[in-house]
Ligand binder design. Structure first.
Ligand code: C2E
Ligand code: MG
Ligand code: MG
Ligand code: MG
Length: 289
């Protein structure tokens, strides 16, 4: 049966259950080869303290530098990796690289926290805790330099089980963030049980925050809720100065977005982060120089 091209360019559709489709097999080979040939890259996007304008951290975002297809965004392969089980070695690679980058930055005097995305299956894997501890030990960094991002949707699949995993991760000293907050099903009662320091407000609420009164009210409510529970808020996808100023006024603690900087390849991020850190704050887009 010929593989159909799906939204992602590859489809695993195969009517004969129990047999992997050709596309699925070739995807496995491609990921294996890519790991061997070092084709994955971590890009970093700065996380800004909105009140001071200082860079306080960075989110690691994976890219696949495929020699034939060029630079692929995570949407092109993370969902596939998740359904084929290839997310495990990929996730391990991401965490290892993030830890070693943090260590390298520390050596040259750049003290930043790195945020790492975890997919649902990684988060639910029984090996997660041992793996993470292992990688932290190997890199020789303390856990508090790493924040793990788990999407609200993944957390809410089984909220009590999630809370238990999160308590174990917290016990290692790792920081936790709930990603894409507001897009899934949440309630105040559940949020209380989840030991996440940071609530990342999904970019869909930020996009029109200065023109859509409903989005504005939702963000206000999330900020009020998060602060009552003693959590930090972070606004994703800040693209304009107007959004930045408004979010700052609302008391949102942290921000990320193209207004400050797009995700950058590691060497470029490092170079810019060093110069941003010299400053006392940003009044304009920090990605401009
Ligand atoms: P996310 O964790 O919510 O990451 C934020 C996404 O928003 C990133 O897309 C980032 O490039 C994009 N973004 C940042 N600033 C702006 C902005 O101002 N405007 C707009 N429109 N977008 C902005 P990206 O890098 O394509 O990643 C997409 C998703 O893929 C991530 O969403 C995350 O869920 C997943 N992902 C990325 N890297 C990893 C990884 O290493 N492991 C896992 N499991 N998932 C990853
Ligand atoms: Mg994220
Ligand atoms: Mg997000
Ligand atoms: Mg997202």
């Amino acid at each position: 049966h010929a593989a159909k091209r799906g939204q992602s360019g590859i489809s695993f559709y195969d009517p004969q259950a129990g047999r992997l489709s050709d596309a699925r097999v070739s995807f496995q080979h491609a990921v294996e080869r890519a790991l061997e040939h070092d084709e994955f890259r971590l890009y970093y996007q700065p996380i800004i303290d909105l009140a001071s304008g200082q860079i306080v951290g960075a989110e690691a975002l994976i890219r696949w530098h495929d020699p034939e297809r060029g630079l692929l965004p995570p949407s092109e392969f993370i969902p596939l990796a998740e359904t084929t089980g290839w997310i495990a070695p990929l996730g391990e690679w991401v965490f290892r690289r993030a830890c070693s980058d943090v260590k390298d930055w520390q050596r040259i005097g750049l003290d930043l926290r790195i945020s790492v995305n975890l997919s649902a299956s990684q988060f639910n894997s029984p090996e997660l805790i041992d793996q993470l501890q292992n990688e932290l030990d190997t890199a020789g960094i303390t856990a508090r330099h790493i924040e793990l991002e788990i999407t609200e949707t993944a957390v809410m699949e089984d909220v009590l089980h999630s809370a238990e995993i999160m308590r174990k991760l917290s016990a290692l000293g790792l920081r936790l963030a709930i990603d894409d907050f507001g897009t899934g099903y949440s309630s105040l009662a559940y949020l209380r049980k989840l030991p996440a320091q940071t609530i990342k407000i999904d970019q869909s609420f930020i996009r029109e925050i200065d023109t859509d009164p409903e989005d504005l009210e939702i963000v206000k409510a999330i900020v009020a809720l998060a602060h009552v529970l003693g959590r930090h808020t972070l606004a994703e996808g800040i693209e304009t100065e107007a959004q930045y100023q408004l979010l700052k006024t609302l008391g949102v603690d942290l921000g990320q977005g193209y207004w400050f900087s797009p995700p950058l390849p590691e060497p470029k991020f490092l170079q810019r982060a060093l110069s941003w850190q010299q400053r006392t704050g940003v009044d304009t887009a920090i990605g401009e120089d």
